[in-house]
Design a protein around this ligand. Sequence first.
Ligand SMILES: [Zn+2]
Length: 164
Amino acid sequence: MVSEEFVLDASAFYTGIPFLSCTKYYTTSLVFNEIKHINKSYSVVELLKDIGDLKVIEPEKQILENVNTIAKKTGDSAKLSSADISIIALALQLKKILISDDYAILNIARLLNIPVKTLTTKGITNVRKWITYCYTCGKAFDPNIRECLLCGNRLRRRYKKIVR
Ligand SMILES: [Zn+2]
């Protein structure tokens, strides 16, 4: 059996990851604190931490800032907690596969070329970006703008596929 290493976000813990021997898991303290209250699997998580198969590591500040910058650009930052940002940064830093079921996390991970694994079958296949646009004029605007600069209508938001 080949040894594998994964970075786990909170959704991975909630869904219940298949803990395997020969597998090493990584997470950040923010995520670890967030999942502490899940009674059903917490004893397993604690055991894994005790025997060293689950390591809690803090991402570097510079990498955290890079992830924050990307999240702001794609419009995902409002949907991401600091724990979410920390786990993306850790996966980027360790260059390990990130396990997550969170759409916004997966979106950023793909943009940063972080290999990802989802626990459900509904993983995202394309990187998308939120765009703010006017329904009447069809013109796209900066995400911070609320009303169309041409006609004054309220702007709408939708995901748009990014062609890379
Ligand atoms: Zn307009």
